[in-house]
Every structure is written in structure tokens, then in C-alpha cells.
Design a protein. Sequence first.
Length: 290
Amino acid sequence: MKSAFSMAAAIGFWACHFAVTVADSPPAQAVKPLEKTGEKPVVIPFEMLKSGHMAVAVKVNGKGPYRVIFDTGAPINLFNNKLAKEAGLLKDAPKSLLPFVGTVAEVKVKELQLGTEKAANQPAIVMDHPLVELMSKRLGPLYGIVGFPFFARYKMVLDYQKQTLTLTPNGYKPANVMKSLEATVLQSAAGSSQAPKVLSPSAQWGFVAVKKSDDEDAGVEVRNVFAGSAAAAAGLKKGDRLLTVDGRWTDSLNDVYEIAGHLKPGVTVPLAIRRNGKSMTLEIKPRAGL
């Protein structure tokens, strides 16, 4: 999968990579244990585009289906004006605080449906994003992006051979990152000297991962495992290919840091890895640290 040209990178041109340097962002919320959700996994087909992105069909407020990009690197949901008008998203919508990027409005989607999974009150922005519009002309109609506010509510397993996405509700309720972005931009515009806060996991893992620019394989490479660490105790080794952490896809270093930031120390989670061409599952219990 060609993940280097992520839709998140395109959004980052005007978002200043706020997923890593958001000011005043709320602390990560604890993910409820899966066995307490009582929910079963849902398998949803996706289309692999020539660009390397995944496309899925969604319904917005009961309208659709609409073909959109499903991007695990995107911090927001984004829909174009055509979808927004058909789904009634612009009715009584407040104006965006970021008009200079061409956003029509920040809206609440009453119901966003992917397969049989429905999410209520999903935050989104309405914008004819130039990259999405260009992809639509070359790859067929695309109406936007489904990102973090939707997929963070699930454990996800991607099967590229079958082109299926398995979602299992995890009980996590993600914060509205658009609010944090607006606060960051406004502080910058006002000349605020407050330094941005960077997500720093309280759980210590004890390994170093890398992802080279020309690496198109799923997962990240384990470059080093520290002696005596939680990773070493779990059996992780240098050269392993880390595919998922706690059932969540780790196709980039951003994915790894995002997941690490939401998991608490002392809780055992599974690691899916590939070692010498063979798939394996390890269990790691991250340790407390600063």
C-alpha cells in the first residue's frame, strides 16, 4: 500500500500538523475493555484506489451512499458541498473560524453510517478540498474523507487481500480535534507565546520503530528493542514487522504514537507482528513512566 501520500498530509498543508502539536488538547480518554462493549465485529468491504487510498461507501443523514476516502491518518471528517447540500448539513450551520482555507462550515452530522455501523453527532467540515476534487476527476466520484472522529471508536483490522475492514466498537469517545485546531490557529494569530503541548504516552514500551519513505509494506519495522523493557519481555525482536497494536492498524509512525498515547500502563495488549515471513501474536504490558 502506498501510504506515504496520505490524505492527512494534504490536510496538514493548512492544519500545521496539529495532530501532533495541538495546543490545549484534552487528555486521551481510556479505552473500555472490549469484552465490556458487548459488540460483535462488523466486516465492511473497501475499494483500493490506484493512489493507494481506501474508498468506502457511507450514508450521511440517511442520504447516499457516497464514495469517500477512509483515511486512518486524517484527524477530521470532511465532505464536499454537493454531499453537504443533499444531506442537509448546511442548514443552520455556524460559519467556520477558518474561512481562509475555503471551509464553508463546521457541521454536526446527525448520523454517519458505514456498513451497518452508525455514529451519531459526528463533527465534520464542509469543503471542496482541491486534492479530493482532483482525485474525483481521475479515479471516479469522491465526496470527502472519513477520519479519526469515526474510526477511533473501533478496533480495526485491515485485510488487503480480501479488501475488507473489520470494525469492533471499543467504547472510546474521541474529542473534537477541530476545536483544538481552531484554538491553535487563533493563538498563533494573536501572537501567543504559549508552547504547544505534545502527546507523550505515560506507558513505556521500550522499542524503536522506523518507516522509510519507500516502504510500501503494511506495518512498521522494529529497529531496536531495549534490554529489560516491556517489549523485550513480550518477545519483540529487532527486524520484526509490527502490524497492529491492540487490534489497531500501525502503518505509519503516527499510527504507533497515536495508539501508544491512548493505552494505559499495566494493561496487557496484543501485538500482531510478522517475523521471517510468518505471522505471530505477542502480548505486551507497557510499564509506567514519564
